[in-house]
Design a protein around this ligand. Structure first.
Ligand SMILES: Cc1cc2nc3c(=O)[nH]c(=O)nc-3n(C[C@H](O)[C@H](O)[C@H](O)COP(=O)(O)OP(=O)(O)OC[C@H]3O[C@@H](n4cnc5c(N)ncnc54)[C@H](O)[C@@H]3O)c2cc1C
Ligand code: SF4
Ligand code: SF4
Length: 416
């Protein structure tokens, strides 16, 4: 079983067959092994069918199955990995904004590498319109790998993992970036497990730099993946020196998008990939939008409130102010935890990352976890009655005062 990501210890296997039932991919079967145990059977894995989900490891009550360590399977020929890929998430043929932001960043990383690598977009779906190609090209994709298959008509993690992993094995990208969206978060980590490499989630900064690999004493162009750690109290820079691809997710709005000129876009080539995919296990019967279908990440003006507003009635005044300014209401986690508004409006590390033109906030202290979500704001205006509140450290305009007086006064002025 040299190529399988699991090892079956025949000395421990009693032939009970429980792992066969635990494998959702039909990769395990029972083989005759007379005399090896009482039942004369041992489990056997088909490496080609195995998807490295490792569900069989805990399914065996006799601890006969173990995961092959990454070092054993290794990532030989690191040098053979090239190009920077961006997973081009799409819904109903509409490419997510974060993809365009990541393509822009990928162009920057390509320039930092300076070795002629390509920026490639990978798009999965069914009945994808040609407009996706031109959009990806206009944000800097040199090449598009397109998998258009009925199995991909709806997002399902198993099928996406299967498709992207197959492409990684086939084309060996050096770096893959994905948006830290609901879809990106759900399946990207599983791809990393499948192809046995590292993944840094929720990066806030990325750069490529010639770096010494302390294990091998060799200089390598490594992706420096920076993200908040320890509850946001420090920023950690993480690297993947010994495995490929180097995988990272980035939240929407962390990077800015910018188009390339039409001559560069015209050079982009699309490669249609025909893959043999696993069948989806779920069927989408109906889709229902959230009752509060607000997308604060798309708002140009955000009026945010925090614990300093003291009660729900005070927080509710923000709605009127937001209406008058043509914006949306946002909140700190403290305000969401207090039940003054819903989770979709939370800004910060465990909420949304926003990049409005104006972020006007009242009674928010500016904890690092909150600031993490507003780095992309053009102008931050803060109202707080504590002159030493950390929010003033990042605000372009600060007003030391009582939010409960300033909000009604602003509403009154604007209504005039
Ligand atoms: C792992 C982790 C993840 C987190 N994720 C997030 C996140 O995504 N988003 C987030 O926001 N937080 C997050 N937090 C919580 C964060 O640490 C803070 O606790 C939170 O942001 C505080 O919210 P706040 O600023 O509204 O409240 P406080 O910190 O209590 O600040 C209230 C502010 O209001 C001011 N104030 C009081 N009265 C008035 C008044 N009348 N007028 C004007 N100002 C007044 C006070 O001076 C104070 O500065 C996270 C924490 C952890 C540990
Ligand atoms: S569950 Fe464990 S003991 Fe039973 S057949 Fe599978 S590997 Fe063997
Ligand atoms: S790792 Fe997953 S796919 Fe492979 S044999 Fe075990 S349960 Fe099946």
């Amino acid at each position: 079983m040299a190529d399988a990501p699991i090892l079956i210890d025949v000395k421990k296997c009693v032939g009970c067959g429980k792992c066969v039932k635990g494998c959702g991919f039909g990769a395990l079967s029972m083989a005759d092994a007379p005399g090896v145990n009482k039942l004369g059977k041992v489990a056997e894995v088909d490496p080609a069918a195995c998807k490295a989900c490792f569900a069989c490891v805990p399914a065996c009550p006799f601890k006969a199955i173990s995961q092959v360590k990454a070092e054993v399977n290794g990532t030989e020929n690191i040098e053979s990995y090239k190009d920077i890929w961006v997973f081009a998430e799409q819904t109903d043929g509409r490419v997510a904004e974060v993809v365009l932001e990541l393509l822009t960043k990928a162009r920057e990383l390509k320039a930092q590498r300076g070795d002629g690598c390509k920026v490639c977009a990978v798009i999965l779906g069914s009945g994808l319109p040609p407009s996706v190609d031109s959009e990806l090209a206009s944000y800097g994709a040199d090449k598009i790998y397109k998998v258009d298959a009925p199995e991909l008509s709806e997002y399902e993690a198993n099928v996406y993992v299967d498709a992207l992993s197959q492409l990684v094995v086939k084309h060996k990208p050096e770096v893959i970036l994905a948006g830290a969206t609901a879809i990106g978060r759900a399946f990207f980590a599983r791809v990393a497990v499948r192809v046995r490499t590292g993944l840094t989630a929720d990066c806030t900064a990325l750069k490529v730099e010639n770096t010494l690999n302390k294990d091998t004493d060799v200089m390598q162009m490594l992706l420096h993946q920076t993200r908040p750690a320890f509850g946001g109290n420090i920023m950690a820079t993480i690297m993947t020196p010994n495995h490929r691809p180097q995988m990272a997710t980035v939240r929407p709005k962390v990077f800015k998008k910018s188009e390339v000129d039409s001559a560069s876009a015209a050079k982009c080539e699309t490669i249609a990939e025909a893959l043999k995919l696993i069948a989806p296990m779920t069927k989408i019967v109906k889709r229902e939008p959230f009752a509060d279908g607000v997308d604060i990440a798309a708002a140009e003006i955000l009026v945010a409130g925090g614990r300093g507003l003291k009660k729900a009635e005070n927080f509710a005044q923000l709605q009127r102010l937001a209406e008058l300014l043509g914006g949306e209401v946002a909140a700190s986690r403290a305000a969401v935890d207090a039940g003054w508004t819903g989770i979709p409006r939370q800004v910060g590390q465990t909420g949304r990352t926003v990049a409005p033109r104006i972020y006007l906030c009242f009674g928010i202290s500016g904890a690092i976890q909150h600031l993490e979500g507003i780095r992309g704001a053009d102008t931050i205006i803060a109202v707080n009655n504590d002159p030493n509140a950390p929010i003033f450290g990042v605000a372009d305009l600060g007003i030391v005062g009582d939010a409960l007086e300033i909000i009604p006064a602003l509403i009154k002025e604007l209504e005039k």
